[in-house]
Design a protein around this ligand. Structure first.
Ligand code: BGC
Length: 312
């Protein structure tokens, strides 16, 4: 008897590239060649190219049973419909499941990319065995997926868990959807770099933007640069505000944090814990876990594939 978990294809669409993998349980068995998102003029072209890549993968992996795809925006998982994507133009009201199922002849599931990441972390990763978890991914956009009482929280239109759109300043910058003070407009990759450039300038140091990215800031902080260290504290402070609000709404067992910015490790996590400790009811803080994500860049692929297999 074959006791191996079934195989599925995971697709993780971002603003820059569309990634593909054959997934079996928590393992990425094979990675397909990514597609450049901006090379396609419309959602229809993207879905056709995605279906072609899936077809190629299936010639080498004929056992694949389903396809799961994560997309960066408002995705109605139940209806199989993309409502709107935050940073990829042209995606409005697209019935992606119907289109992909017709093109591929396999069962397809779609969800928000951060929901897929959360599903992977909850099922196989840092949130395994927990009933109430909030997972965040910190990159160009800030996204999240929420598990409440052992179920994915999707909300009325499938748009629940958009922590990146939550406000940390009611008079702040106007976000993508008109939402003032959206957290991703302060701690998204680009915004971190822009803020760091200003902070360096205020300290009399002139740096091009490409020397102010989160990765550059990580290296600078590890070299003891006081400007970079202050920037990490500021990023952590803004993230703590988001988590504090979220804690008082959902009271999770753990926040699991991944994405490129979280790769800075303790540079982010140490001040984050300190800021949270000072803002939470003490016994709540003591019983709250702040954990790094386990699956790094593959979380979205693993989560999407498993969601499709499990019908979750
Ligand atoms: C989007 C989210 C997405 C996140 C990460 C944000 O801009 O609004 O839906 O999960 O980016 O890609």
């Amino acid at each position: 008897m074959n006791t191996q978990p079934a195989q599925a294809i995971g697709v993780d669409m971002g603003g820059t590239s569309i990634k593909f993998a054959v997934v079996q349980g928590a393992a990425v068995v094979h990675k397909g060649e990514p597609l450049p998102t901006a090379a396609f003029a419309s959602p229809d072209e993207i879905l056709r190219a995605t279906a072609r890549r899936i077809g190629e993968l299936r010639t080498s992996f004929p056992e694949v049973q389903a396809v799961g795809m994560g997309l960066p925006g408002f995705v109605d998982h139940e209806a199989g419909r993309v409502d709107s994507l935050t940073n990829v133009p042209g995606w409005h009201d697209i019935f992606a499941v119907r289109i992909l199922e017709e093109l591929c002849g396999l069962p397809v599931a779609i969800d928000n990319d951060a929901n897929c990441m959360a599903y992977a972390e909850w099922t196989y990763g840092a949130g395994r065995g927990m009933q109430n978890v909030v997972c965040l991914t910190l990159g160009t956009g800030v996204g999240s997926g929420i598990i409440v009482h052992g179920r994915m929280l999707r909300g009325h239109l499938g748009a629940a868990g958009e922590l990146g759109q939550m406000s940390i300043d009611y008079r702040g910058r106007i976000g993508h959807y008109g939402n003032r003070g959206a957290v991703e407009d302060y701690i998204g990759n680009r915004e971190i770099a822009a803020e760091a450039q200003l902070a360096y300038a205020a300290a009399g140091i002139s740096k091009p933007l490409e020397k102010c990215t989160p990765l550059e800031l990580e290296w600078a902080a590890k070299d003891g640069c006081p400007v970079a260290l202050r920037q990490w504290d500021d990023i952590a402070c803004k993230l703590a505000c988001t988590l504090m609000n979220c804690h008082y709404v959902l009271n999770p067992e753990a926040f699991i944090i991944g994405g490129g910015v979280a790769k800075a490790g303790e540079l982010l996590f140490a001040p984050l814990r300190r800021h949270l400790k000072s803002q939470l009811y003490p016994s709540h803080y003591e019983r709250l876990r702040i954990l790094p994500a386990q699956f790094s860049n593959d979380a979205g692929l693993i989560g999407a594939a498993n969601m499709a297999l499990h019908g979750a």
